[in-house]
Every structure is written in C-alpha cells, then in structure tokens.
Design a protein around this ligand. Structure first.
Ligand SMILES: [Zn+2]
Length: 491
C-alpha cells in the first residue's frame, strides 16, 4: 500500500466484455456539453459465457470482513467484470455499462453488490432478463432467484458524477478513497481498503478476486489507463478508447483507472517484462525519476523469483501517496513517492498483496510487513547503514505506533494503514530470519507467493504454512508479534 513520508530522520526513509448486446447508453447532453456516447462493444468478449473454464482461476470463497463487514458480500463470487466506461471531463459525468459474470455462493432471492449512490442505475438484467433492484446507500440489491454454486450474467448500466468516499484512516496523505476528479477534469483512483464501488458495481472485498476487461472512452487528448495489458486503442470523432485486458484475477482494491493527457514511454526489464510509464504531458521531468525501475525490479526478482505478471505499468497521478495496483504501480507526483525506495516497496507488493492477497483486512500486515522489510533490505544496500542498524532504528519507535493504532493484526478500524502494520511485522520477519537463518528464511519468502499465485489467504493459513515449512511451531511467535499489545523482545 501507499506510504507517506513520516517526519522522521534519514534512517526512516521508508515511513513510507462480455456481451454488449443491449442498446447503447447515452448520456443526456448537459448544459452546453456534448453528449459522450459509450461505444458499442468496445471490449470484446474475452470469455465464452459464464461456464467458460478459463474463469475458474477467479473462483473464490468470499468471506465477510472482520474489520469492515459492511463492504462486500460473501454471497457473490465475482468471476469477470467487463466494464465499458466513458468519462466526460467537462460535464464530470461517468457513463458505464458492465457485464459481471458471477457465481452465487448460496440459495437466495437477491444478489448484493457495492455501488456508490452517486451513480444512478438505469436497468439491471440477469441472464438477459430485466429484473427489479434497490439501490440503498451504497448497496445495490438485485432481485433474482439464485442457487448455490450456479453461475449468472448480470448486466447493468449507470451514470453520474463519481465522488470519493471517506477513508477509514487517520493518515495525512489520504483522507478519501475511490474515484477522484482534478480541476482539469483528469481523474485517478486509489481505493484501499475499499472504494472501487465509487466507479463500478463490485463485490468490493479482497477475498473475491476477479478477471477484468475494461474499455475507457475519453475525449482527446485524454487517454484512459487501467490495469493489465493495453490491447487496443481506437480514435474516432475526437474520442479515444483504450481497451485493457487483465489476465490474472485481482482484488477490487487493486483495480485502478486514470484519465488525463498522458504520454506513454515504453521500456523492458532485464527479464523481458514490458514496462509502460504513463506520465502526464505537463510533468515529463518526472519520467527521469522513474529510470531506476528496471534495476529495482531485477533486485526483487533475485529475491522473490520471476515477476508474477505479464506487464508492468508505472502510472503517475495527482495523489500525495503511492500504491501498488494490479500489474501497475500508481504513484503520486512527489519527490518521495517517485523515489526508488517507494518504487521497490510498491513493486514488492506485486508478489505480496497482488499475487497472493489477504482474504480479510485484518491481515494487511502480510502485504505491508514484507514490502517494508524488503524495502529496508534494499535501502541498507544502497545507503551507508546496515540492515541491523535500520531495524534498531525502526524498533525505536515501533512500540509507539503499536500503542497508538493497535496490534498489526488487531488494529483500530479507524486507523487503516497506519505505521503499526508496517514496522512491527517488518521487525517480526527480521527476527524470524535471525532464527531460521538466511537460507531457509529467504527460501520461504520466495516460496510463499510462488505457491499461492492468484490466491487469497487468511491469518491461520499464513502462519500455519510458515510453521509447517520451517519445521517449527511458530503459532506463538506470530501471535506475539501480530496480536500482542506490547512489542515482543527482540533477539
Ligand atoms: Zn505498502
């Protein structure tokens, strides 16, 4: 997740489509603004209906979140979202059509998704038949008789002016989540732990990963940018449509979309991963700051194994922070958030967070502890201090962070993403490394994501795996570090 720069000295650097058969949806012309029409079938159907076995990689057993139970619904197992989105930056209107292929996890007479009330739903179809629905707050409740383990196609259209939602955090670098519109009409999103529902109808929970195809239409010179591979660009009548295919299932908090006047620069890692840098036309000097990205990626691949995705994007946006998103890192345009340390941190999440994802927000420590620890290892190689010195420094304030926001795996829900989920778990991994030795520890650090590709995982599964694979009973060790009110003694 995104890191802010804390007010601490040098050593703390890190504080760091389916069918589109229905009629097109047309936005009513606003006050003097031209109507922006969603193009027909911008995203081709990537899958052969709900029963396509290629969708099975997105099968999950969604759970109700223990920290934020109001978001997401365990009755829905989303498999594939096909989003056709059109953004009118003058009128600030988002028009969307989506087709969601899903599995119901239970017998019920309703399906529930998350969708901001700012987006007005026109109609909802289930398997091609129009159905009733209620849109109460952010809950979109679709009336449909569904059976456990059966698959359905849910199509809907919506329109409105998206607004971000308050973020459950006390952090200074972000107060809201979701779709964010800048004064020039450009847009971006960050949405951890939730907020994808500000721009599409979604089961907005990390236990429900899904595949995506996204088409974004904007007036030139804007370009729409989303996750995955850019598979098509068309330009007609002053409108530009980009089409994106995401081949690996993603948690909704890791989806992103940005629109603006962007310049694309292409590069490639030493291991052959295509890298796309998306930098706003007016901020091209920042492209130079991103030049060390292939070096950072190569360093991580040496430790963690091959980069887990087919493509990598680096997207600069008007945020104060940075965040890993699926196949992409989305960075605010500050000196800190475009620094190599932050780039390494966010890239590390592509193994720890994006490839294997916590199934419950209590376990965001799985992402942040390891990304922070790897960032620390990288910094210690770059700077004139040792990893031990850095760990001692982190330990000098970690207890205060734990006292302020709670234990890393039992934190105050109003303090999402505070430093307690970063430094304590990073110190924990360092202690375990000293106990297990470099060879076994680093072997397991590499094996965990490699053996859980595209998966989600719980506290019990993570900790049991480490016990089993290390040959030690680590249950007490993990509980002390992750659930303890007081920082355990270090070795
Ligand atoms: Zn992070």
């Amino acid at each position: 997740m995104r890191r802010a720069l804390l007010g601490v000295p040098l050593l703390a650097l890190a504080a760091c489509s389916g069918a589109t058969e229905e009629p097109l949806l047309e936005r009513p012309a606003g006050a003097g603004a031209p109507a922006l029409v969603v193009p027909a079938a911008a995203a081709e159907a990537a899958y052969d209906g709900v029963d396509d076995p290629a969708l099975d990689v997105a099968l999950n057993e969604p759970v109700e979140d223990s920290v934020y139970p109001r978001i997401g619904d365990p009755g829905v197992d989303a498999l594939h979202y096909d989003l056709d989105l059109a953004w009118d930056p003058d009128a600030e209107v988002l028009t969307g059509r989506q087709v969601l292929l899903l599995r119901s996890t239970e017998d019920d007479d309703e399906l529930q998704l998350d969708l901001s009330p700012e987006l007005r739903v026109g109609s909802v179809l289930v398997d091609g038949e129009e159905v009733d629905f209620r849109h109460e707050g952010k809950d979109l409740v679709v009336v449909a008789d569904v059976e456990a383990d059966e698959r359905y196609e849910l199509a809907l259209d919506f329109e409105g002016t998206p607004l971000p939602v308050p973020a459950p955090t006390t952090r200074g670098d972000f107060a809201t989540n979701g779709w964010t519109t800048m004064p020039d009409g450009s847009t971006w999103t960050m949405q951890e732990p939730h907020g994808a529902y500000t721009w599409y109808a979604v089961n907005d929970h990390p236990s429900d990963k899904a595949l995506y195809d996204i088409a974004v239409t904007v007036p030139e010179p804007f370009t729409g940018i989303a996750n995955g591979e850019l598979v098509d660009t068309t330009e007609a009548d002053g409108l530009r449509t980009t089409t994106w295919h995401l081949a690996e299932p993603a948690a909704s908090y890791l989806m992103t979309i940005a629109t603006g006047d962007y310049v694309l620069t292409e590069d490639e890692s030493a291991s052959g991963v295509p890298i796309q840098y998306w930098v706003p036309r007016e901020r091209q000097r920042l492209a130079r700051a991103l030049a060390p990205t292939p070096e950072g990626l190569a360093w991580l691949e040496e430790i963690l194994g091959p980069y887990p995705f087919d493509t990598l994007g680096i997207l600069l946006v008007d945020s104060e922070s940075g965040m890993e998103t699926q196949t992409m890192i989305t960075l605010g345009m500050t000196d800190y958030t475009t620094s190599p340390a932050v780039v390494v941190h966010e890239l590390a999440h592509h193994w720890y967070g994006d490839d294997v994802t916590p199934s419950d927000w209590r376990d965001v420590w799985m992402n942040e502890g390891m990304a922070m620890y790897l960032q620390g290892m990288w910094e210690a190689e770059q700077e004139d201090y040792t990893l031990e010195q850095l760990m001692d420094y982190w330990a000098s304030f970690e207890d205060e962070e734990r006292a302020a926001a709670g234990p890393p795996a039992d934190y105050d829900p109003a303090t999402f993403g505070e430093s307690n989920i970063y430094y304590g778990p990073a110190l924990m991994w360092h202690e375990l490394r000293r106990d297990l030795g470099d060879e076994l520890f680093l072997e397991l650090v590499r094996a965990w994501p490699a053996e859980h590709q595209n998966a989600t995982s719980s506290y019990d599964e993570i900790t049991a795996w480490w016990s089993e694979r290390s040959g030690r009973d680590l249950a007490g060790f993990f509980d002390d570090w992750l659930l303890g009110e007081v920082t355990p003694a270090r070795g």
